[in-house]
Design a protein around this ligand. Sequence first.
Ligand SMILES: [Zn+2]
Length: 431
Amino acid sequence: MASIPPPDEAMSDNGDEQQAEVRSAFFDVTLPAKHAYLGQDLREIHSTPFYAEGSLVTLPFVYVPDVVLMPNQQIPINVDAHDVDINVLINDMGDIENQRKGFVCMAADVGFDLSHVKDSHPYFLFGTVASVVKIEKQPTMPADVGIEGGTRMIVRGCQRCLLKDFVSRGPFHRQHGLFRILPENGLEPPLEIIMPNEWKSAVSLAKRGAQIAANLTPYSPALFATFDVVHLVAELRKEIMALQLKPEMDIDATDFSYWLSTTLPLPAHFRLQLLGAVSTVHRLRSCLMMLRTFNRLNCAVCGIGLAVKEDGICMNRGDLTAAYINPGGVTQEIFTMRKVSNISVFGAPTAEYTWFPGYTWRHLRCRGCHGHVGWKYESESPELVPKFFYGLRRGDVVPSIQPEEGMNPSELQEFFQVQNGAMQPVYYREK
Ligand SMILES: [Zn+2]
């Protein structure tokens, strides 16, 4: 009989002991989305902006640095009266017109020279029309001298759009832009496109029909399947099952593609490209490639490995990721992990302003570069499990791939170029 190894202090952060808990209650994963740390002063609003696909609309916009709001995603943000005409947008929410108007959340600060951005980083111009879900009961009014605080809101992504130009409005130089509302393109199954019309009513596309249609081309049915929404969704569901991610049941393929883009540990520039993908198929293909190739999260600064893909833990409904506001009013997005490595924990535990009720938090520092990379959360009561977990900040980690051993430097460079190139989605470009 094997002897039980003594507890190893150095391994105390590996999370295995969580499995041994008896008579315990797992954390209520619906709590984080309630944002209780923001207080009780939030009132519910049901604004529903909607614009015709392809139309050009003038809307106010705000920058939420490095946070890409996806359609259907809800995030808390802190808006300054400098940024958005809060008087117009918020104080009069009873006005139907204002409820419909909404505003745009942009992740990248594009400065004032759009022509430069259009050439160098065209995906920086993607944004999302946001509706207000909840707002502080007493929004901060623009003051004559100085603005303090700002207005806290929970917003929901509605429609994606592309910044075409800046629009000057009023004496206060608040930010307005001319936005193209991007269409939601679902691509037809490729075999249906090549199939003669008279076959479509006679032959089911399932299996045998697809095989016959593919025989009209030099390519195999398997190749066409990689551009087929139904096939892509089925493959992606297999991949995320292994990671214990749980999307809502019965969401359509486009919403599923946005949910993946929200929950996968991807950096902001990659998510912007997913937001602007030319079609649902392109977004799903990129997510599938990403899920199949990346296997760990590295520090974005020094490249040291901080976590492996399989160690994610869903602490916000079925998601690995969630966005919160810190006491400074900055929206932070984290990935929750049950284990991390190359991390040191510092600071005294505190429950103040905690994003996870019942858990205290401390800071995490990367052992490679000593940069702040997130927080460790520890349960305050012995019954609450997991006893601890970690939140890695989205902007501080990059998904990475473990290449095969024995590659020389030039082979390694090519390997990473090929992998990164394969994952990039084709995104919308204005003609
Ligand atoms: Zn580092």
